[in-house]
Ligand binder design. Sequence first.
Ligand code: ZN
Length: 484
Amino acid sequence: MEKIGKEKRLDEFLISSETRDSPTHGEKHSSLFTWTGHPFTDAGLVALLLLSGKERPDELTEEDINRAIDFASKLYARKEWSSGYIHAMMLPNSGILMANPSMSKKRTPEAVKTNLLALLSEEEDPNAPVCEICGRRHARPKPVYRSDFPLVGTGGVPNYFPSGKDGANICSHCLFLAQMMPLVAYRLSRVLVIHAYPYELMLEFHREAVEDVKKTELASVARDFRRPENFLFEKLIDIGTRLETGKLEGASITLYSFVNNNQGQEIDVIYIPNPVLRFVAFAARVDRKGWNNIVSMGWRRRPREEEVEEFKKRYPNNVYSRLLSGESILPYFIDLQNRKANSSWRLLSFYCSEVLGLDKEALEFIKGVADRIVETIEKLPDNKLSRRVRELERAEKLYQFEGFFIRVEKDRQEFGIPEALMSFDDFARILTSYGEDLNVSWKTVKNLLLFRIYEKLHDRLMKAASEEAGESEEAEEEFKEGEE
Ligand SMILES: [Zn+2]
């Protein structure tokens, strides 16, 4: 994971986000709203943009904003949204959205709308501190509490807030945007916001939520997914199939999965490393069947075909969690039990170069060694072939791994195959030069070799395995007979 390389440098990032946000004729900060990098206000902005069919904050007109307020107020005045969602999960006792249970009698779409409009026409107090989110306006004179902005604490109870004081200094416009967030957030067991850069990508990830709200007039339940990361990986693949390759260079995604109510305030922040993002987005494109095989091996037990959808929605998957924590998923590319490669070599190579940072030349070198191993051991009779491969499969210690090469070299000499399996330099390289790098240790090489061997010799290996199974059954029977 050390090799990041493709991330945008900070100065580049600042320059390009500046030009992206400002209108083409150079009037900086003229638009009412702007991207801030804060997940909750950016989510609100996404709601305004998606409802108006726009892409950039400076394209939003007053009419767009009014229409979005109308749309939101009608929904928010309903019980399902007010007590069932806003009060229960996001903004407990909200006065602005009138989700406070004591306000239920007075709550109407008009009243909610009046409150939202009031935020946008609120006068700035020049003596108030600058807004901690956008830095463009003065904050409201009184600190904002968690009933109006998620997770900023209330009274003497601070939450996820850097200075640990009660409430946050937030301007009326940022506060307004946070009130739009319920329209685009996904409702799992907690609330999910997928914050992405470039911001256009965030629109892609939340488009489905707005479509759901328009269709059902209820908050999107993310196709009944229970786990935010499973949902994200599924969406990444949907989006990846439509994106041009290279579109995700330098992209970043962070999941905010939170709950903010009177019982508790909690948040999980899940960052998706860029190489992982690019790999998953294009994995299905390169080899969908292979990717599905790999994911299937990540559950505690392999799902039957009709169970796959349910597993995807409900259960934690080791492939996902390893990708997120920067661990290698190479072992999932092979199915040791069925002596089978789970994907095409192309997907494997894509993973090795995108995520493990293994260079193409090293990969080709290992492939070459694997091909010479195949060329040798395929001359062995089935039972010996199977046994030789098992030696590699069972190599847990480096000396066992070395032993495998020595035996193949002997096979090679017996068959009179010209040229050695490897030169001394090759041997040293495979065993030692990758030894220091955790991601490319000899175990990585072992998995790559097995992948190639399975790819080439799967049928014969399975035939040998079934014969062996038959033999041992016979042997057992004989034994039993002998016992009697
Ligand atoms: Zn602000």
